[in-house]
Ligand binder design. Structure first.
Ligand code: PEP
Ligand code: MG
Length: 583
């Protein structure tokens, strides 16, 4: 039997399943027998213990996981929630019930806020369950223990669970809930654990079922034959050989250069990205640095962060995106309006234009950081790659070896007026190479006009897909439409690629599409000159590019454009690619 879901990554896993324990039962709404004061003392102790435990788990996990767990530790100690619990105890609730209701109330608020905040609701539920488990003296819910490797099956995973997954033991993940942007998906991708999320029927998998989990295909085979198992094990062996392959620059089989860049949210990930062969940064999501900030960061605060990133990539290119606020990435200091349809609201460049001083400060900080790294005397040489239309700018030899090549781009540019506004302002403030992100379909339709002003274009396929198919990228119910393989999306990318070639300027892709190896080849066939992705995906993409020549990539692109659906495009390209490999 086969179960289907949304695959994360390309890896394959073979092993027996093991389920997460059932969640704790909801505390009953009954009259308390314990005095409210005593109950509150117990609750305070439980909150402190859970907060300390989450903090300690964060320290053990490090990296992105630490931020998530620290945020959860703060939730556990949040004074508003503590006050609410105390009030509920005063009203006669039991300790368990007061905790449950207080967190549930806060959770509903987050869900109403939508976007990024709604995605944090799971984090809050997890804290609530941990506190209640502590009050009941039962083990905290979490990943089961096992002496042998297993595929973990869960309803959904909380950050506290995913962060501490023992990679020696948990060789794959299957969840009933979750979409491509859920925590499970993000953390699985960054840890390179094969995962399938949103799997209907996952709850019926009995412990110990031997499965083949194929993340590339998005399938779970629950009754594999011996041949299937042998084939899967061979693919696992091939992939581990791939991971230790030399870190050569990205290129097609005929030597056509395709620089492979990293998507990063802070300089913390720089060393790992370089170790995985990133040839520079293709998308520095600066808003990730300030998601929790109540006020706009000062120029000085920003210079520190940007300088760290630029210094880590001296000799290479760093493409910085100015703050992308709104919808799934709320920044209270830039856009706290309540909007019915935030994805269609005051976001990206629109929000920056409405708060222009914030944009001016950021561009000023970026120019200062670049000067600090490169020195003021050498700036005229910057951007040679963009001017020549090579799209690379990532070479590490010659006279630029000790310089960083800073490119800056604005999110959500819809037309030439917005492109002119941003690039003119950026140049006035000392940015040498200023470009735009193509995420709104209109930008593809008027790409020639946009290239009158932009030095380069980088395509954000996550948003481009959301807007082309009118499918909210955060909604599981329309996840099937959020597929960048859709020929409508690919045709827009082809228009952008053609316009870039006509203008002699580079066009990159920095959305998740670039991390899909076969789609990456199609993108190159459509005229894309650089690919930027989560660093964990670089090895797979490098290997797939090396299997195809430029004419083959163009043939794959033509096949994809002719398809009538995302699934059709994927199938047509897979077939043709397999035929190429044989022939
Ligand atoms: C995109 O939309 O594809 C993109 C790269 O930007 P983000 O995912 O940060 O919106
Ligand atoms: Mg985007």
């Amino acid at each position: 039997m086969q179960l289907n879901g949304v695959g994360v990554g390309r890896a394959v896993a073979v092993g027996p399943t093991l389920r997460m324990p059932e969640p704790l039962a909801e505390p009953l709404d009954e009259i308390a027998t314990e005095p409210a004061g005593d109950a509150f003392t117990r609750v305070e102790a439980a909150l402190a213990a859970v907060s300390a435990d989450l903090e300690a788990r964060g320290e053990r996990a490090g990296g992105a996981a630490q931020d998530v767990l620290q945020a959860q530790a703060l939730m556990a100690a949040d004074p508003t929630i503590v006050d609410d619990i105390q009030a509920k105890l005063g009203d006669g609730r039991t300790a368990d019930r007061a905790v449950f209701e207080a967190y549930a109330g806060f959770r509903d608020l987050l869900v109403q806020m939508g976007g990024y905040m709604a995605e944090r609701a799971t984090d809050l539920d997890d804290v609530s369950r941990r506190v209640i488990a502590h009050l009941r003296g039962v083990p905290a819910p979490g990943v089961p223990e096992s002496d042998t490797p297993f595929v973990l099956v869960a309803h959904d995973l909380a950050p506290a669970d995913t962060a501490l997954l023992d990679l020696e033991k948990v060789i794959g993940l299957i969840t009933r809930e979750g979409g491509p942007t859920s925590h499970t998906a993000i953390l699985a991708r960054s840890k390179s654990i094969p995962a399938i999320v949103g799997v209907q029927g996952a709850e019926n998998l009995a412990d110990g079922t031997l499965v083949i989990l194929d993340a590339g295909a998005g399938t779970v085979d629950t009754s594999p034959s011996d041949d299937d198992l042998a084939d899967a094990r061979q693919r696992i062996a091939e992939r581990s050989a791939l991971a230790s392959a030399p870190l050569t620059p990205g290129a097609l089989a005929d030597g056509t250069v395709v620089p492979l860049l990293a998507n990063l949210g802070s300089a913390d990930g720089a060393a790992e990205a370089l170790a995985l062969g990133a040839e520079g940064v293709g998308l520095f999501r600066t808003e990730f640095l300030f998601l929790d900030a109540a006020a706009a960061p000062t120029v000085d605060e920003q210079v520190v962060q940007y300088e760290r990133m630029l210094r880590a990539f001296v000799g290479k290119k760093v493409v910085v995106r100015v703050l992308d606020a709104g919808a799934d990435k709320p920044l209270s200091f830039l856009n706290d309006a309540h909007e019915e349809n935030p994805a269609l609201g005051l976001r990206g460049i629109r929000a920056l234009q409405a708060s222009e001083q914030i944009l001016i400060d950021q561009l000023t900080a970026l120019a200062r950081a670049e000067q600090a790294v490169n020195g003021s005397g050498t700036r005229a040489a910057a951007g040679a790659g963009a001017a020549a239309g090579t799209g690379s700018g990532s070479g590490s030899g010659g006279r630029h070896a000790e310089r960083v090549d800073l490119w800056v781009m604005a999110p959500m540019i819809a037309d030439a007026d917005e492109a002119e506004y941003f690039t003119t302002l950026a140049q006035e403030l000392g940015i040498q190479v200023a470009g735009v992100m193509a995420e709104v379909p209109s930008s593809a339709l008027v790409a020639d006009q946009i290239f009158e002003f932009a030095d380069f274009v980088s395509i954000g396929t996550n948003d481009l897909t959301q807007y082309t198919l009118a499918a909210d990228r955060l909604l599981g119910s329309v996840a099937h439409l959020q597929d960048p393989w859709h020929p409508a999306v690919l045709r827009l990318i082809a228009m952008l690629g053609r316009a870039g070639r006509d203008a002699g300027k580079p066009v990159g892709v920095c959305g998740e599409a670039a991390a899909d190896p076969l789609l990456a080849v199609v993108l190159v066939g459509l005229g894309i000159t650089t690919l930027s992705m989560t660093p964990a995906a670089i090895a797979d993409v490098r290997a797939e590019l090396a299997r195809h020549t430029a004419p083959e990539a163009e043939a794959l692109a033509r096949a994809a454009l002719k398809a009538t659906s995302a699934a059709g495009a994927r199938t047509a390209v897979s077939r043709l690619a397999a035929a190429n490999a044989v022939g």
